[in-house]
Design a protein around this ligand. Structure first.
Ligand code: NAD
Length: 371
């Protein structure tokens, strides 16, 4: 197995949740640092819409990393990407030849951007090839699959992070700071909604095996992230959840169309959330006894959110989310800092998802979140 140019031993033991969650906002740090002698090479796995429209363009703008290869089921498409993006045709791999990544010193990080149900297989293959791994959200279909990914990355001594772009976005980072520094005291009441109207056919996102579930796995993960940010990255103790009535049963025969849930915290705080494929909505609000913070539409989309607090509108820079995330993660890796979006965080979120589905399937029964 090849040794990554970025020493793998440096990162062993550094991605414990406790260490990773004791973070400061990182979105400004990448731009504060001088460019490295060599940008880290990133290989994208899965050349669908997120890779094509967002990650690949971002990788032409990043200071700390660059697009260095791809993994795809379509060799001709891979060759076209090599031409269009300026990396060698020898850096195009198939899903079944990912082991060969081990011999390519130009690739430091493998970024898995395939359907959710394939994340575990592709992340484990990347780790076994000795590459650091970024896994798109949700990290996998279940917490058990996350455990397998984490174990593979630990065994290989590579870093595992989750493509949580909003952790590197200034308005969300500010919400995290307000919570961490208890500017308004602990947030006690939270509400959020996130969704879009899914067209037909729904593709893999309505296929239970590939998606793991419906909008909870997609838009709902952002709400879970926002709530946990507002609670200083602590997981809730329990959840209660219900599926909404399905309005388009032909489209949503395998996964839910909409789901509502409440996250309940040890300090009595509660968060009411709604994830949906029935309508476009994207907002989040957190209240304490001394103030509030609100991420207004579009709180979670790619455009810049508006953050308002009980003290007024917060003026922050607008950034490209994918550039900020990729540079933020590459800068963390180069500096040997723990990531602010480690695999353990992705696993935490899937444990919450597992509990939400268990509650909704049990008709709204309170379900404890298992660590
Ligand atoms: P997509 O359907 O556009 O692309 C999926 C890619 O996976 C395609 O290239 C497809 O060929 C490939 N693939 C490999 N095996 C497949 C299979 N068996 N079935 C279907 N496709 C297969 O999807 P996308 O929108 O690019 O989403 C990919 C991942 O990225 C998902 O996990 C999604 O949740 C995540 N995502 C994250 C964000 C974000 O803001 N962080 C945004 C969009 C998507």
């Amino acid at each position: 197995m090849k040794t990554s140019p970025v020493s793998r031993r440096r990162f062993l033991g550094q991605i414990t949740t406790a260490a990773a969650l004791a973070f400061a906002p990182h979105w400004g740090r990448a731009v504060d640092r001088p460019a490295p002698a060599r940008k880290l090479g990133v290989a994208l796995v899965g050349l669908g819409s997120y890779s094509h429209y967002h990650l690949a363009p971002a990788l032409h703008r990043t200071q700390y990393c660059r697009l260095a290869g791809v993994v795809t089921g379509d060799a001709a498409k891979g060759a076209a990407w090599a031409r269009d993006h300026g990396f060698p045709a020898t850096s195009v791999y198939g899903y079944d030849t990912m082991a060969r990544l081990a011999a390519n010193p130009a690739i430091d990080i493998v970024y898995v951007v395939t359907p959710n149900g394939l994340h575990a297989e592709h992340c484990i293959a990347a780790a076994r090839a000795g590459k650091h791994v970024i896994c798109e959200k949700p990290m996998a279909n279940t917490a058990a699959e996350c455990d397998a990914i984490i174990a593979a990355c630990r065994a290989a001594g590579v870093r595992l992070t989750v493509g949580y772009r909003l952790h590197y976005e200034p308005h969300h980072a500010e919400l995290a700071r307000l919570a961490r520094e208890q500017v308004f005291g602990p947030f006690k009441r939270m509400q959020g909604a996130n969704g879009f109207r899914m067209g037909s056919p729904g593709g893999w996102r309505v296929d239970k095996k590939l998606a793991g579930g419906g909008p909870l796995m997609d838009m709902g993960v952002y709400l879970i992230q926002a709530v946990c940010m507002a609670k200083v990255e602590v997981a809730p103790v329990a959840v209660t959840a219900k599926f909404d009535a399905t309005t388009r049963p032909a489209l949503f025969s395998e996964v839910e169309e909409s789901v509502r849930w409440t996250m309940e915290y040890a300090d009595g705080a509660k968060a009411d959330c709604h994830a949906t494929y029935a309508e476009g909505v994207s907002r989040f609000r957190a209240e304490s006894d001394r103030g509030w913070a609100s991420l207004d539409e579009p709180a979670f989309y790619y455009e810049d959110p508006v953050l308002t607090t009980s003290r007024g509108k917060v003026d922050l820079p607008n950034v490209n989310h994918q550039v900020a995330q990729l540079d933020g993660m590459a800068a963390e890796l180069l500096a040997g800092r723990p990531s602010i979006a480690p695999g353990e965080m992705g696993r935490r979120d899937l444990a919450i998802v597992d509990a939400i589905y268990a509650s909704a399937r049990a008709g709204g029964k309170r379900v404890e979140v298992l660590g």
